[in-house]
Design a protein around this ligand. Structure first.
Ligand code: SF4
Length: 466
């Protein structure tokens, strides 16, 4: 029986089995940002420790940045203090830091792959839940808490329980207007937000094989929302082509040697999995969340559930105050947000711009596009996407996490309803304790911005204005 990529990479990075039964795992790359690192650096200072492998550590600023103006000092005192603390810590501990003046700053899970830092067969850790994104390139990537950030800074190791591996195949072919976001929302809806607890998810099958790396990142990004400890996709020719020529990827002969090794770490054809799931792509529709976790979703043609099904549904319906039993399509929105580490990449903006071109944002809707990185922003501007969005009435912002979470100046107000391409619809996630988030693909967000309500993007794809 062959081995999974998970088993091969885990074994290759195992230092030893700890008395607790956990594995001491060496971390190939530690990504750091301003929110979960200050206390970890303070703990290092208290103990008089150094960073064990600064060359395997890379920092950026993303969560708290004001995306409307990056002029320092930031008007938001908290943002300025946290940014300055990260600068001080990186200087003192010798860690490379990407700031906005570098032209390469962005959301940590966007710039890692973009710069070629993320590579197949690596173990990666970051103090952010959505670190699973990096699994799209065949890495084992774990979101960690602040005390583990300290552990990795001090020792470059993590103590982890080995999870089981569930293979999820997406068979068939996606219909036009159905995107990677719809695939992962459907996976989470069918397997549940706790369905992945104790598992790593390996995604595969013809639909995944045909996906670009951007699309694969959308899939892996939300593994954590389905309860999985990590999510990954076996590296293939698409992966190698994506990495060739990137700043931190190997070059020349070293690249060819790396590819030869990367091929060997993919799961074997006869690998043994702890569980297998197959989902037929033909059953996946453009998908919209109606509740307060990413598993509470329906296809755009389906109704919002009625009360009385279970306590979680009733709690969500009471908070969201939408229309139970009525189609989710037609739900009015106040805000449209295109961005985040789930869907803030160039191809996401291109798909959204296809919908927006030649149309206008509905009166009363606040619409934002926030590129995931400065590189995405520049590439989009070269293609004229910024102008398409601006002309339609969208705000075109600087790179950062923005309205994915309420830690910066981009926030919902009161009971606003936001069509969002981000990954979490928890109560209060977008900054207002009573604000309501509907997760969907960037193209669906664009369609909702134009219509002023949730609408099936496929109807707009059919009628793209000249
Ligand atoms: S975009 Fe959202 S999920 Fe991604 S790193 Fe930023 S805050 Fe976390």
């Amino acid at each position: 029986m062959g081995a999974t990529l998970f088993r091969k990479v885990w074994d290759a990075h195992t230092v030893r089995t700890l008395p607790s039964g956990q594995t001491q795992l060496f971390v190939g790359l530690h990504l750091v940002h301003e929110v979960t690192s200050p206390q970890a650096f303070d703990m290092l200072r208290q103990h008089g420790w150094r960073v064990a492998f600064p060359e395997r550590t890379f920092a950026t600023v993303d969560h708290i940045l004001p995306t409307d103006s990056l002029r320092r000092p930031f008007i938001d005192v908290m943002a300025e203090e946290m940014t300055a603390a990260l600068e001080r810590n990186c200087r003192e501990f010798g860690i490379p830091l990407t700031m906005p003046d570098s032209g390469q700053q962005g959301i940590v899970h966007v710039i890692g792959p973009e710069l070629g830092l993320t590579q197949p067969g690596m173990t990666i850790a970051c103090g952010d839940s959505h670190t699973s994104t990096h699994g799209a390139l065949g890495a084992l990537a774990f979101g960690i808490g602040t005390s583990q950030v300290r552990d990795v800074l001090a020792s470059q190791c993590l103590a982890l329980e080995p999870p089981k591996v569930r293979r999820i195949d997406i068979s068939g072919r996606l219909a036009p207007g159905v995107y990677a976001k719809d695939v992962i929302l459907t996976i989470i809806r069918r397997l549940g937000v706790h369905g992945g607890v104790g598992y790593a998810y390996e995604y595969g099958g013809p639909v995944i094989d045909r996906m670009t790396i951007d699309e694969r990142m959308t899939i892996c990004n939300m593994s954590i929302e389905g309860g999985a400890r990590a999510g990954y996709i076996n590296p293939d020719e698409t992966t190698f082509a994506f990495l060739r020529g990137r700043r931190f990827a190997p070059s020349g002969d070293a690249f060819d040697r790396a590819v030869a090794w990367w091929r060997t770490i993919a799961s074997d054809a006869d690998a043994d999995y702890d569980d297998r799931v197959v989902i037929d792509a033909a059953t996946i529709e453009p998908t919209v969340t109606w509740g307060i976790n990413p598993g509470q979703s329906v296809g755009v043609g389906e109704p919002i559930p009625n009360t009385g099904r279970d306590a979680a549904t009733d709690e969500a319906l009471a908070f969201m105050d939408l229309a139970p039993g009525r189609p989710v399509a037609g739900t009015p929105i106040d805000v449209a947000f295109i961005g985040s580490c789930t869907n803030g990449r160039l191809s996401d903006l291109e798909e959204a711009a296809r919908i927006v071109r030649g149309r206008r944002v509905a009166p009363g809707v606040k619409a934002l596009v926030v590129p995931g990185s400065q590189t995405v922003s520049r590439d989009a501007e070269k293609r004229g996407l910024d102008e398409i969005f601006r002309r339609a009435g969208f705000e075109w912002r600087g790179a950062g996490c923005s309205m994915c979470l309420g830690m910066n100046t981009d926030r919902l107000e009161g009971r606003q309803v936001c069509a969002s391409s981000s990954n979490r619809n928890f109560k209060g996630r977008q900054g207002s304790p009573t604000g309501r988030t509907l997760l969907m693909s960037p193209a669906m967000v664009a369609a909702a911005a134009i219509a002023g309500r949730v609408v099936d993007v496929r109807t707009m794809l059919e009628e793209v204005p000249a």
